[in-house]
Design a protein around this ligand. Structure first.
Ligand code: FDA
Ligand code: NAD
Length: 431
């Protein structure tokens, strides 16, 4: 049993949706059945960031179809009907279990062999489990991860089963911070536990982190840092207590785990070149096999702005742009991607954006003083070899975000970091 397609997108997440949109834009003359998307999820691609934000609201939460891709990039949401209308085969609820790059075939969990001429790998990443670090307890009824809609539904139902209860959040990264804010909005008391010195350690400086930790504390959230949960006590299938390395015991009506992600590369190990934990691609998002492209979380690609250094970025803007670039390249485009890394988050009444690379010396500006303002405006520039390499801003306007992005993009020259700290946003503001 088998089918053949000219183009196959493997994975049905953010990158898949944007790749499909680009395909339709560039190939309005495509024949029905030229492109197919294979996804082990049961729904058409959606904007994953909604899962830790709008989806978790206590009332009127976002639900599909409202956040299918490509909100904001197309006047029409890419629902299952959209794919049908554009002749794109959406093969849902189907896991690809093996890939043969030499034969150009994929074997699915239903036993079907699907062959392709061109393959776009968009398998994203998976949430790391407690078991990946030698722990246990992931199967408990009230332990939640957050990677897909199924996880989000479990999180919502567990949250609603213990109003006023206690949650232990394991991990102080994106998932931990965004879920903690959502739990508080749902009237759940939160303790965040992680081994690092401060939250969001991969991006935030200690000074930036201090602001968010104080803000969270003002919402009743407790941080327990520089330690880890060593085990979970389980009774009748549910966690009751989280036990820390130092023996402390935290009562838990629920646990949320956000301890990092790994790219889903397994299907291609030994067949495609790998780097930085992902599938290595060139500036056209083409892998070491000329018929295979990789995009989104799973792709490690050269970032021109970082001197061509190969990076793997687990952020939605990257998924959108690399997907579109790969499709354009697969359809004959020849330019190399010139990507400006962009990350963001929104929690409570706060909202920040980061552009570029957090390399070099961090030069802070603005006053992150909660007493002076509940929604302060502050940030940092990272200065590397006399130029702005990265910029972070909390509470900016659209114009201010555009201005810091522009400063990073052109590598604005910095003669004197003390002067930059004094000027702050005025350094980049349009005069
Ligand atoms: P994505 O994970 O979206 O999709 C991969 C798809 O492939 C999934 O459908 C998966 O099931 C499927 N798949 C994998 N293996 C398969 C197989 N063998 N067979 C079939 N299907 C397979 N970023 C940001 O910049 N700002 C934000 O606010 C957020 N917020 C956020 C919240 C939450 C809860 C998460 C989990 C992530 C974010 N992100 C984010 C990160 C962002 O969502 C992420 O970078 C993109 O979803 C990556 O898109 P991809 O398409 O590469 O992977
Ligand atoms: P992360 O890498 O951002 O954070 C992992 C956290 O877990 C860190 O605080 C780390 O110190 C901690 N940690 C690591 N090992 C641990 C252990 N054994 N015990 C306790 N803590 C441990 O990863 P995440 O928060 O899980 O996010 C997963 C993915 O989702 C990432 O790809 C992220 O980019 C993406 N995401 C992005 C956004 C956003 O961009 N706004 C939002 C949500 C999720």
């Amino acid at each position: 049993m088998g089918r053949a397609f000219a183009y196959v997108i493997l994975g049905g997440g953010v990158a898949a949706g944007y790749a499909a949109l680009e395909f339709v834009r560039l190939r309005s003359d495509a024949a029905a059945g030229e492109l197919c998307i294979i996804s082990d999820e049961n729904v058409a691609p959606y904007e994953r960031p909604a899962l830790s934000k709008g989806y978790l609201l206590p009332e009127g939460g976002a639900r599909l179809p409202a956040f299918h891709t490509c909100v904001g990039a197309n006047d029409q949401l890419l629902t299952a009907d959209w794919y049908r209308e554009h002749g794109i085969e959406l093969i849902l609820g189907t896991k690809v279990i093996t890939a043969d790059v030499r034969r150009k075939t994929l074997l699915t969990s239903s036993g079907e062999t699907i062959s392709y001429t061109t393959l776009i790998v968009a398998t994203g990443a998976r949430a790391l489990k407690l078991e990946d670090f030698g722990g246990s307890g992931s199967d408990a009824e009230n332990v939640c991860y957050l990677r897909n809609i199924k996880d989000a539904d479990k999180l919502v139902s567990v949250m609603r089963s213990c109003p006023g209860g206690d949650a232990v959040v394991i991990g102080g990264g994106y998932i931990g911070m965004e879920c903690a804010a959502a739990l508080v909005a749902n009237k759940i008391k939160v303790t965040i536990v992680f081994p690092g010195k401060h939250c969001m350690e991969r991006l935030f400086t200690p000074k930036i982190a201090e602001f968010y930790e104080n803000y969270y504390a003002s919402k009743g959230i407790t941080f327990i840092k520089r330690t880890a949960v060593s085990s979970l006590e389980i009774s009748s299938g549910k966690v009751t207590t989280a036990i820390l390395r130092d023996g402390r015991r935290l009562q838990a009506d629920m646990v949320v785990v956000g301890i990092g992600a790994r790219a889903n590369t397994a299907l291609f190990e030994g067949q495609l070149a790998m780097e930085k934990g992902g599938i290595k691609v060139n500036g056209q998002m083409r892998t070491s096999d000329a018929s295979v492209y990789a995009v989104g979380d799973v792709a490690a690609f050269p970032v021109k702005l970082a001197g061509g250094d190969v990076r793997r970025l687990e952020h939605v803007d990257c998924a959108r742009r690399t997907a579109r670039h790969a499709v354009a390249a697969a359809l004959g485009g020849d330019g190399d991607i010139d990507y400006l890394p962009f990350f963001y988050s929104r929690v409570f009444a706060l909202s920040w954006r980061f552009y570029g690379d957090n390399a070099g010396e961090a030069v802070h500006f603005g006053d992150p003083d909660l007493a002076a303002s509940p929604t302060p405006k502050f940030g940092a520039f990272w200065v590397n070899a006399g130029r702005v390499a990265g910029a972070f801003l909390e509470g900016g306007s659209a114009e201010e975000y555009a201005a810091i992005a522009d400063a990073v993009r052109r590598g604005a020259a910095v003669k004197d970091v003390a002067e930059l700290a004094r000027q702050g946003l005025a350094f980049v503001a349009p005069r």
